[in-house]
Design a binder for this molecule. Structure first.
Ligand SMILES: O=P(O)(O)OC[C@H]1O[C@H](OP(=O)(O)OP(=O)(O)O)[C@H](O)[C@@H]1O
Ligand code: HPA
Length: 180
C-alpha cells in the first residue's frame, strides 16, 4: 500500500502535533461545557481518535455517517445520510469533527441539520481545509489543522475507492493508481 504513494504531504509526527495543538485549544473552549463531539464517518475516525485524547474535558461522543464521494475523486453533490447520531442534540454544544472540508457541501448539510435540531452551538474542527476547492464560500471550519493544496489526498482517514484510510500520514497517490 505504501508503494502506491507518490508524495507524503503530512507525516505522522506533523499530524500528531496538529492534534495536540487543536486539542489544547478545544480544551480551553469547551471546559465546563460538556460538549457532544460528533465524528463524521468514515474519514474522521483516525482524527477523532487522536484529537479527543488531547482534550482534557468531560464530553459525550457520537457518530454520523454521510457520504457524497461514493469511492471516487469527485463529490457527487448529493449528500446521503447513511447513519444518524444516537443522541438528542437540542440544547447541546456540538463540535463536528471531520478530516477535510473540500467543496463545503458536507459541512453545509451537517451544520443545517444540527442547527435545525436546536443545538445551542455548532462548531467545526477539521484536520484539513482545501480552500481552493470550495463551492460554498461561507462554509468555514472554526478550527483547522492544515490548509492543503487542491489535490486529491489519501491517508489518515481519506480514501480512494475505500482504501488507504489506514495510512498514518496524508499523501498523494501515484497517477497510475487512478488510471488503473
Ligand atoms: O467538502 P466536501 O466536498 O463535502 O468533502 C468533504 C467530505 O468528503 C469526505 O467524506 P465522504 O463523503 O467521501 O465519506 P467518507 O468519510 O466515508 O469517505 C470527507 O470525509 C468529508 O466528510
Ligand atoms: O482529497 C480528498 N481525498 C479523499 N476524500 C476526499 N473527500 C473530500 N476531499 C477528499
Amino acid at each position: 500500500m505504501n508503494d502506491d504513494i507518490q508524495t507524503v504531504l503530512y507525516s505522522e509526527a506533523t499530524i500528531q502535533a496538529a492534534c495536540e495543538r487543536l486539542g489544547k485549544q478545544l480544551t480551553q473552549v469547551y471546559r465546563g461545557k460538556n460538549p457532544l463531539v460528533i465524528c463524521v464517518l468514515k474519514g474522521a475516525v483516525p482524527f477523532m481518535a487522536d484529537l479527543i485524547k488531547q482534550m482534557d474535558i468531560y464530553m459525550d461522543i457520537d457518530f454520523i455517517d454521510v457520504s457524497s464521494y461514493h469511492g471516487g475523486t469527485q463529490s457527487t453533490g448529493a449528500i446521503e445520510l447513511v447513519k444518524d447520531v444516537d443522541q438528542d442534540v437540542s440544547g447541546r454544544e456540538i463540535l463536528l469533527v471531520d478530516d477535510i472540508v473540500d467543496t463545503g457541501r458536507t459541512l453545509a448539510y451537517l451544520k443545517d441539520l444540527f442547527q435545525d435540531r436546536g443545538a445551542s452551538s455548532v462548531r467545526v474542527c477539521m484536520l484539513m481545509d482545501k480552500p481552493e476547492a470550495r463551492q460554498m464560500a461561507e462554509m468555514q471550519a472554526d478550527y483547522v489543522g492544515f490548509n492543503v493544496p487542491n489535490e486529491f489526498l489519501v491517508g489518515y482517514g481519506l480514501d480512494y475507492q475505500g482504501k488507504y484510510r489506514n495510512l498514518p500520514y496524508v499523501g498523494i497517490l501515484k497517477p497510475e493508481i487512478y488510471q488503473g
